[in-house]
Design a protein around this ligand. Structure first.
Ligand SMILES: CC(C)(COP(=O)(O)OP(=O)(O)OC[C@H]1O[C@@H](n2cnc3c(N)ncnc32)[C@H](O)[C@@H]1OP(=O)(O)O)[C@@H](O)C(=O)NCCC(=O)NCCS
Length: 198
């Protein structure tokens, strides 16, 4: 009998290709490059990501990646890196994070290495993660959340076909301590399959 989509472990494929990127689960071998990308992108990350309170050491990045790989293989979470198909350089990090298995519902997060920003890589990756989420993981709903002031992140969600469902006012604290309104972007499986992106 085929395994129901939402029970697949791991629930994300080991390898997904887009025109310019290879997406795959993060592994401990990504340590040096991920750490370099974090350093390079730190001003952006510090502004928008609540986990970016302190630059991690190489050892801390290694431990983080070990845990991420274990979570992927156990089907608990999925942190992904996207590498350039020609240079093999790490371009961005993204992930498909389970939020409620009974729906099933997931959330996509992302950040892009500074030197690769504003070239459409993030939108390309988010479209591919979205497709795998619906087609492979059996998602019925995928969310993208961002600070209402994060115009570039908002554009990625819109370009990837997500709909603004709600504005959660004073939802969280931004890294600078200010109260942040969160934009909640959503795509349902019905909407995706009615008009899958090319
Ligand atoms: C938010 C973030 C991921 C957006 O990255 P990005 O590089 O702007 O997004 P994309 O890769 O999709 O690139 C889109 C831009 O590239 C341009 N572009 C250039 N070549 C392109 C191509 N071949 N195809 C598509 N777009 C292209 C688009 O016009 C667009 O520019 P615009 O924003 O001026 O309209 C990035 O700013 C970032 O990492 N920020 C810090 C972390 C963060 O905020 N994460 C999100 C938290 S919710």
């Amino acid at each position: 009998m085929p395994v129901p989509l939402q029970e697949r472990i791991p629930y994300f494929p080991e390898h997904v290709e887009t025109p310019r990127l290879i997406l795959r689960p993060a592994t401990p071998e990504d340590c040096q490059e991920l750490n370099a990308a974090l350093h390079e992108t730190w001003p952006d990350l510090q502004t928008w990501m609540d986990w970016a309170d302190r630059l991690p050491s190489v050892a801390e990045t290694a431990l983080f990646l070990q845990r991420a790989a274990a979570a992927y293989h156990a089907g608990r979470d999925c942190m992904l890196v996207a590498c350039h198909r020609s240079t093999r350089e790490l371009v961005l990090c993204t992930g498909l994070h389970p939020r409620d298995r009974r729906v099933p519902k997931f959330e996509i997060g992302y950040w892009c290495r500074a030197r690769y920003q504003r070239q459409g890589y993030v939108t390309e990756a988010v479209q591919a993660v979205t497709r795998a989420g619906f087609e492979h993981a059996g998602a019925r709903r995928i969310e993208i959340r961002c600070d209402s002031r994060n115009v570039r992140s908002r554009r990625v969600a819109e370009q990837a076909g997500y709909h603004l469902e709600a504005i959660l006012r004073h939802d969280r604290r931004a890294p600078d301590g200010s109260l942040r309104d969160t934009l909640l972007f959503v795509l349902l499986s019905e909407e995706f399959f009615a008009r899958p992106p090319k």
